[in-house]
Design a protein around this ligand. Structure first.
Ligand code: DC
Length: 225
């Protein structure tokens, strides 16, 4: 395949972005980059060091002195490292999930992570997932997709994830948390969650991950060849 290709996959919490982005990256042989994991790693660092998550300046300083690496082991197995320590599981905990929207509102944190994400994408074909990939991080991406699904379906998927990880689940609270997180992510001043004007919007309610993956891979290959 000639040239370097970037695919941006954005959308609200629990729309299935990770499964879909990983699947697309694996079929096309591109690097998969989960930008939410980076906001989660900064949030975990803030919780571990008792940094006030409502203090943007303190969060900026924390992000500036924190090293986050996303390492690929054997293709699909992605590990998230915080200052050299593997935090792949810890960043999915309910306490990180509850606080991450607040941390990701801080403009200084966004500035540092957006620069790091652009650096990661440089010189290679990537599938990058997040909230502001098509609108900010990779504005010139060749392909942009915005995944939607109803809050109920997204809460149901999150419940399955939490159950698998052994955390207790309350579906009403999960739905409420997801709606709250959507609101914060969509209404923050810096880089809010919204589809890029040139994004292809896919409503994934009632679709399997495999169907969404095939749809995206077909779009990319049809348009390209
Ligand atoms: O995709 P996720 O649920 O792991 O993302 C965690 C949080 O990080 C989410 O609430 C919003 C934030 N985020 C963001 O603001 N910008 C991104 N590019 C990715 C995630």
């Amino acid at each position: 395949m000639p040239g370097i290709v970037s695919i941006a996959i954005d959308g609200p919490a629990g729309a299935g972005k990770s499964t879909v982005a990983k699947g697309v990256a694996s079929i096309l042989g591109y690097r998969y980059i989960d930008t939410g994991a980076m906001y989660r790693a900064v949030t975990l660092a803030a919780l571990l060091r008792n940094v006030d998550i409502n203090d943007p300046q303190a969060l900026y300083q924390l992000a500036n002195s924190t090293k986050i690496d996303i390492i690929e082991c054997n293709g699909e197995n992605i590990r998230v490292m915080l200052n050299g320590q593997d935090v792949t599981e810890e960043i999915r905990s309910p306490s990180v999930t509850e606080n991450v929207s607040n941390v990701s509102k801080a403009p200084g944190v966004r500035q540092i992570l957006v620069d790091a994400q652009r650096e990661m994408a440089r010189g290679q074909s990537v599938v990058m997932e997040g909230r502001d990939i098509g609108t900010v991080v990779l504005k010139d991406a060749e392909y942009k997709f915005f995944l939607l699904a109803s809050a109920q379906e997204r809460a149901r998927r999150r419940a399955l994830d939490f159950e698998k990880m052994g955390f207790p689940v309350n579906i009403e609270k999960l739905t409420e948390d997801i709606e709250k997180r959507d609101y914060t992510d969509s209404n923050r001043e810096v880089n809010p969650l919204r589809p890029a004007v040139d994004a292809r919007v896919i409503d994934c309610t009632g679709m399997t991950a495999r169907e969404v993956i095939n749809h995206i891979v077909n779009t990319v290959t049809e348009v390209r060849y």
